[in-house]
Design a protein around this ligand. Structure first.
Ligand code: MRU
Length: 367
């Protein structure tokens, strides 16, 4: 997507063929800064501290992290060390494990002298594949948006609601949940997005609002608590969110607060869609509540907020009474029964094992 007219992806290789560059998402929307990742430790830090975040981008960064490790030392010992280091950087998004398994399976049988080039090549491919997958998610989601538009008076604005950031900043390009929205907007469909601010890290207010604005998509930021009220008043035509891990039965793990939006959508008859690429599906688990590790992040993300003061400086302020403890689970699980449809690169399916297997028959236990 474009930033001030210049096309960007969220992660890329510099012309020297070794250094990886990423957009520092901790500084958005106030500053647009590109950071170099030169070592596997840099990649791990970028994932852990959320310089890069969003399940597909975490996977892409991990793939390049493996390449950076192998460029430094192509030994088996380094391969294992890099795998473990990166795997522990964030626990919930399964794209991380998917990318690391993919890289290790490719590199491990190769003689060390051949590993460097193969690692960079595969990391590049993972990124290109993610772009194509997200483009297709957008195309399939666009069909659903056209269906919703057909039920409204001709030319009426369609109101979407999204939570967290599942746009191009969370992937390599296009986004998952936001790809259908970009494609609808580009096709001339009048669409407006209610953007949940998404406390405590504010990915909606800081990232989703920023990228929608840069692309010219009409949007309004709302407090996380406003969505249910808007749905009760008929102001939301559909919800669409991303996912960090979806089980083979269609339970959807996503940013904390997603579940509450799904409950409100269900109560109000508002369709609730999830956009996700195949590496987000964890075929090894069925029950999202039981089996998905939920990341617990620092209480400081709740107790303090960062922003730009009126005089233009960045500042961090405390918002809790000193001494009040805070708990910060970063994700929740929306049960499959609350999900209207999963929008994947292969099409839209019911959030169920049968639905997913209709699109991915190769994952059937009998196959
Ligand atoms: O903690 P984050 O910012 O990495 O969480 C991101 C989300 O929850 C996204 O909605 C999810 O990864 C889907 S991204 C396409």
């Amino acid at each position: 997507m474009k930033v001030d007219g210049k096309p960007y992806r969220t992660i890329w290789l510099t012309p020297n063929g070794t250094t990886v560059q990423v957009i520092d998402q901790t500084l958005l929307p106030h500053d647009f800064v590109v950071r170099d990742l030169d070592t596997v430790e840099d990649a791990e830090l970028a994932i852990r501290t959320m310089i890069v975040r969003g399940a597909p981008l975490i996977g892409a960064a991990a793939a390049y992290g493996m390449a950076l490790a192998i460029a430094e030392d192509p030994s088996d010992a380094m391969l294992e060390r890099a795998y473990t280091l990166l795997l522990e950087s964030r626990p919930t998004a399964v794209n991380l494990r998917w990318a690391l398994d993919d890289m290790r399976a490719l590199l491990s049988p190769l003689p060390p002298a051949k590993r460097r080039d193969a690692a960079y090549r595969r990391a590049d491919e993972i990124c290109d594949e993610d772009v194509e997958i997200c483009r297709r998610i957008g195309q399939h989601g666009l069909v659903e948006i056209r269906r919703i538009a057909a039920r409204k008076p001709s030319g009426a604005t369609i109101n979407a609601l999204t939570h967290c950031n599942a746009g191009w900043l969370a992937t390599v390009d296009w986004g998952t949940a936001l790809s259908p929205i970009y494609q609808a907007h580009d096709a001339g469909i009048p669409i407006h997005v209610w953007v949940d601010e998404t406390r405590p890290r504010n990915q909606g207010a800081s990232l989703t609002a920023w990228e929608l604005g840069k692309h010219g998509v009409p949007h309004t930021v709302i407090a996380d608590n406003a969505g249910g009220h808007l749905m009760q008043h008929g102001k939301v035509d559909f919800c669409v969110v991303g996912s960090d891990r979806t089980t083979r039965r269609g339970d959807v793990c996503n940013k904390i607060g997603t579940y509450l939006k799904a409950l409100a959508a269900h109560d109000n008859g508002v369709p609730f869609y999830v956009g996700l690429p195949y590496p987000t599906i964890d075929w090894t688990i069925e029950d999202g509540h039981r089996d998905i590790p939920i990341e617990e992040r620092s209480a400081r993300e709740l107790s303090h907020m960062m922003g730009r003061t009126e005089s233009g400086e960045m500042a961090t302020v405390a918002v809790l009474p000193g001494g009040s403890p805070a708990a910060n689970p970063a994700f929740d699980v929306t049960p499959a029964r609350l999900v209207t449809g999963l929008i994947t690169e292969r099409g839209v399916c019911a959030a169920s094992e049968a639905g997913l297997l209709s699109l991915y028959p190769e994952q059937s236990k009998a196959a």
